[in-house]
Design a protein. Structure first.
Length: 361
C-alpha cells in the first residue's frame, strides 16, 4: 500500500498546483475584465459629455455670429462697411478655452466661408429654359479655365508623392472637367456629352449641372480622386452654394491669399509672396482691404496699396466682404476624451440659422 500512497501523493501535488494556477488565471481575467469594462464605461460617459459640450459649442458659436450680425447692421446704419474681418468678435473667440466645474473644456473656432475659395463662385448657376438653352450668364468666364489651371498646378505641386511614385494629373483637363461639372448644360467644352463618363461609373450617376454640395463630391468629378480632393480642402470651400464672390482678403489665411488671381484679362497671374505679405502686415496693424477706402479712411487700404489695383482680381469680390455663411468647429474634452463637431451655418434668415453641414467625430 505504501508505494501506491506515494504514487497518489505525486499526482495530487501537481493537480493542486494546476488548479491553483487556473483559479489565479480566472481571478486575474475577471479582475482585468472588470477594470477594462470600468474604463470602457468611463470612456463612454466621458465621450457623451464631451460630445454634449461640442454640440453646445455650436450653439454658442451661432449666438456669437448673430450678435455680430446685428452689430454689423448698426454699423451699416452709421455709414460704415459691415464686412467680415479678423477684428470681429467671432474671429477672436478662437483664443478662448472655456472650462467647466467638473473638468470639461471647450474650444470654439469660427471661420468665414469667404476665407477660402468657393468653387461654386467660378460658374454662375442657372437652369436651362424649355428648349434646353442656357443663358450666357450661366457659363464660365474666359478667365475661369486659366485660373483653375494655375490653382490646380499649385495644389498638385504641393502633394507629397509616395516613394517612387510620379504624380500624373492633367491640370487643363481637370479644369475643364470641373467647369463642365458645374455648368448647366450637358455639352462638354470639347464637344462630347458630359454624362458619358458619369453614366459609365458604378453606380451610374449624372454630373451636378449646378453647385457642388460637399468637398467629398469633388473626388467624383472626372479626373479627380480622393487624394487630390483632400489636398484641395485647405484652399477650397463649396459655401455659399450659390455664392458668386471670390476670396475675402480680410479673413483668408496666407496660403489661400496665394490663390488671388489678379491683373488684366489675358494677363492674369497668382499673387506673389510680397503681395500676400503686404495684406498680412496690414492686418497686424488693424487695417483691412476695401473696395472703397472712404467707407472707413482710418482702417481701409486699397487694392493698389497691396499691389492688386491693376485690372482687378478674379473671382471678383467687394471688400470688405459681407459674410453670412460660417463654419463653426467646436471641440469638447472631458478627462482626455475629445469630441469634435463641425457645422456650417447660413445666417441669411434673420429669424433662424440654416444648417448646411454637420460632421462629428
Amino acid at each position: 500500500m505504501k508505494p501506491t500512497s506515494k504514487r497518489l501523493q505525486g499526482v495530487v501535488l501537481p493537480l493542486v498546483l494546476i488548479i491553483g494556477l487556473l483559479l489565479s488565471a480566472g481571478i486575474f481575467t475577471f479582475v482585468r475584465r472588470s477594470i477594462v469594462d470600468g474604463i470602457l464605461v468611463a470612456n463612454r460617459d466621458n465621450g457623451a459629455a464631451a460630445m454634449a459640450l461640442a454640440r453646445g459649442g455650436v450653439q454658442i458659436g451661432t449666438a456669437v455670429l448673430y450678435q455680430q450680425r446685428y452689430s454689423s447692421q448698426i454699423q451699416a446704419m452709421e455709414g460704415r462697411d459691415p464686412g467680415a474681418t479678423l477684428d470681429d468678435f467671432w474671429a477672436q473667440i478662437r483664443h478662448s478655452n472655456l472650462t467647466t466645474e467638473w473638468g470639461g473644456s471647450l474650444v470654439i473656432e469660427i471661420e468665414d466661408a469667404g476665407a477660402r475659395l468657393n468653387l461654386n463662385s467660378l460658374v454662375p448657376h442657372a437652369v436651362p429654359n424649355e428648349e434646353g438653352e442656357v443663358s450666357a450668364e450661366s457659363q464660365a468666364s474666359e478667365d475661369t479655365e486659366e485660373f483653375l489651371v494655375e490653382l490646380l498646378r499649385k495644389i498638385i505641386s504641393e502633394i507629397p508623392p509616395n516613394s517612387g511614385e510620379e504624380l500624373v494629373y492633367d491640370e487643363r483637363e481637370l479644369a475643364r472637367n470641373l467647369i463642365d461639372y458645374l455648368d448647366a448644360d450637358d455639352v462638354a467644352i470639347n464637344g462630347r456629352n458630359e454624362n458619358d463618363y458619369y453614366l459609365s461609373q458604378n453606380p451610374p450617376h449624372s454630373q451636378a449641372n449646378g453647385p457642388i454640395l460637399s468637398m467629398e463630391e469633388v473626388a467624383m468629378i472626372e479626373g479627380f480622386d480622393a487624394r487630390l480632393a483632400e489636398a484641395m480642402k485647405p484652399y477650397i470651400t463649396v459655401y455659399p452654394l450659390f455664392g458668386e464672390e471670390g476670396i475675402n482678403l480680410n479673413t483668408a489665411p496666407s496660403h489661400v491669399l496665394s490663390l488671388i488671381y489678379h491683373g488684366s484679362s489675358g494677363d492674369m497671374r497668382l499673387a506673389s509672396e510680397a503681395m500676400v505679405g503686404d495684406i498680412m502686415q496690414a492686418r497686424e496693424t488693424d487695417r483691412f482691404v476695401c473696395s472703397q477706402t472712404e467707407s472707413d479712411p482710418d482702417k481701409c487700404i486699397s487694392l493698389t496699396e497691396v499691389g492688386l489695383g491693376e485690372g482687378g482680381i478674379f473671382p471678383p469680390v467687394t471688400l470688405p466682404q459681407v459674410s453670412l455663411v460660417f463654419k463653426i468647429t467646436s471641440r469638447g474634452e472631458v478627462n482626455q476624451v475629445a469630441k469634435t463637431v463641425e457645422a456650417v451655418i447660413d445666417l441669411t434668415n434673420r429669424e433662424s440659422p440654416q444648417l448646411l453641414s454637420w460632421k462629428s467625430n
